[in-house]
Design a protein around this ligand. Structure first.
Ligand SMILES: [Zn+2]
Length: 132
């Protein structure tokens, strides 16, 4: 069974194109400076449509995390247990990603991470790696 892999839209194509070449991209509003993630066509703060793409340096910290023990679909049966975390990126946006290393005991709130990428069925997905 295949996974639910991303289907890029007009708003998210630049993000997924970045992932494909190892870049984590986010948006900054040219009008008000708001940092935006998830990508969109309008700024979620001032509703202007002038958004610029930036590339993250990849550093952040774990805001929260959970360990998944029960596979949500049969496609994840061989991956449990694994950790999903909310990451506060240094540039001021937040994303939810898988954490490399399964149910690692090193995962903790406030733990610094670096975003890398892992390939799943030909698609590169962001993944956090704990920095010890
Ligand atoms: Zn704005």
């Amino acid at each position: 069974m295949s996974r639910h892999l991303p289907h890029p839209t007009a708003d998210t194509k630049a993000f997924w194109d970045g992932c494909a070449i190892g870049e984590l991209r986010y948006q900054v509003c040219v009008h008000c400076g708001h940092v935006q993630f998830i990508p969109g066509s309008l700024c979620s703060a001032c509703h202007q449509g002038d958004l610029a793409w930036k590339t993250s340096a990849g550093g952040g910290r774990i805001l929260s995390h959970t360990t998944v023990h029960r596979a949500p679909t049969p496609a994840f049966r061989d991956e449990v247990p694994y950790v999903i975390a909310l990451i506060d990126m240094d540039e001021g946006f937040r994303l939810m990603v898988n954490v490399k290393g399964g149910a690692s005991p090193d995962v903790a709130i406030g733990q610094p991470v670096r975003i890398g990428f892992r390939e799943v069925e030909g698609v590169k997905l962001p993944q956090a790696e704990v920095i010890s």
